[in-house]
Design a protein around this ligand. Structure first.
Ligand SMILES: Cc1cc2nc3c(=O)[nH]c(=O)nc-3n(C[C@H](O)[C@H](O)[C@H](O)COP(=O)(O)O)c2cc1C
Ligand code: SF4
Ligand code: SF4
Length: 357
């Protein structure tokens, strides 16, 4: 398309992209969108929501296209983006919803990640605030969830980067010309993931927040504490300590210069075991004697979730204390899959302008 056609086709004067990114995938997508908007001479402002005051936002100017873009965490947008959308001022603007999610590669086939309820929930909230949803797009970038699967190799990362760049640029041209795009709605099975998304939001994310620890390789440089987008790491006993505020965005793990941050698979499994075979058993044994039997399934679920979160907090504090003993520290490190070469590659997105040619 030549430049005159491009300018004639432009549908907006201004675009604001509100994005969140842990390891750089969503940041890259924001940059790709912005670079296409420049071709249309549309003013484009990518805004990293972790770096702004999210409590005092002003309503967007009429006519501005608003894009919300974030990774998927637990089949939904992560809490930082969900809360941002919930607090976003009312308006009548057109809105595009985007996410990046876990892409993998089988041969030359990119397997799609799972968006879950992110689009449905956010579209509903924004619709009730007066906005109209113009397009949605899920982008299958390299998965950064190295707590649950081995890190992807360089070939896969490069392949996914290049393919997704082309795809996002094609989508961006459509958007800048004011067209709609709702192909993602074919993935109706996403709605079936709603119960897991809710469970992740209410309990799972708190569990994950307590799976990270700094090994003895940590030299206390403080980089992870400074760089965390939600200020979730504090110092306890003069060592990094992960609080329940952690969004599991993976930024700290991928940026630690000493590769000292691990996912504690060993102590997490031990914790689950202690909780189910000791804490819960004792709880029901004594609670039912002193008070009354809890027979309602929903009530049991709520009580058990609350108990498990409280237990995780105590368990993690205990593990953190035990880590000062060398032998226990080594045991914890060598029962962490992220320590091993075949699993433990860290993931950081390539530079947005990386080109494989
Ligand atoms: C805690 C966590 C949960 C995730 N949950 C999902 C998920 O439910 N579905 C999915 O497709 N990808 C999931 N992912 C993968 C990320 O969404 C994906 O790699 C994303 O592109 C990362 O973006 P970022 O680099 O901008 O942070 C998850 C990643 C993490 C760390
Ligand atoms: S970035 Fe790594 S080395 Fe630095 S304080 Fe954090 S865990 Fe320790
Ligand atoms: S502690 Fe690490 S994983 Fe958690 S939100 Fe901060 S940077 Fe992300």
């Amino acid at each position: 398309m030549n430049i005159a056609d491009t300018l004639a086709d432009k549908a907006y004067k201004k675009v604001i992209i509100y994005y969140f990114s842990g390891t750089g995938n969503s940041r890259n997508v924001a940059k790709w969108m912005a670079s296409v908007s420049q071709q249309y001479q549309i003013e484009c402002l990518p805004v990293n929501i972790a770096q702004i005051d999210r409590k005092t936002m002003t309503a967007p100017e009429p006519g501005t296209l608003i894009i919300f873009l974030s990774p998927i965490h637990g089949f939904n947008y992560p809490p930082i983006m969900l809360n941002f959308i919930l607090r976003f001022p009312k308006g009548k603007n057109k809105v595009v919803l985007m996410n990046t999610r876990a892409g993998m590669l089988i041969g030359k086939f990119i397997t799609p990640g799972l968006t879950g309820i992110a689009f449905y929930l956010s579209a509903l909230v924004l619709f009730l605030k007066g906005f109209s949803i113009k397009a949605i797009l899920a982008v299958d970038m390299p998965s950064n969830w190295i707590s649950v699967h081995p890190g992807l190799n360089n070939r896969t990362v490069k392949f996914l980067h290049v393919k997704n760049k082309e795809r996002v640029e094609k989508f961006a041209h459509k958007i800048m010309q004011g067209k709609s795009h709702f192909k993602h709605l074919i993935e109706v099975y996403d709605i079936l993931l709603a119960p897991i998304a809710v469970a992740y939001y209410l309990a799972g994310r708190f569990f994950l927040a307590k799976t990270y620890f700094a090994s003895a390789d940590c030299d206390n440089c403080g980089l992870c504490i400074k760089a965390c987008p939600v200020k979730a790491i504090i110092k306890v006993d003069n060592r990094p300590f992960w609080t329940f505020n952690c969004e599991s965005c993976m930024k700290c793990m991928s940026n630690c210069p000493r590769k000292a941050i691990e996912t504690g698979h060993g102590y997490s499994v031990a914790g689950v075991h202690v909780f189910f075979s000791v804490i819960l058993v004792l709880f029901y044994k004594y609670f039912n004697v002193w008070f009354f039997p809890i027979e309602n399934a929903l009530l049991r679920m709520v009580i058990e979730s609350g108990l498990s979160i409280a237990f995780i907090g105590v368990w993690y504090r205990l593990v953190h204390w035990l880590l000062q003993f060398k032998i226990l520290e080594r045991l914890t490190v060598y029962t962490s899959l992220t320590k091993y070469k075949w699993w433990g590659r860290r993931y950081k997105a390539l530079k947005p302008d990386f080109n494989n040619s």
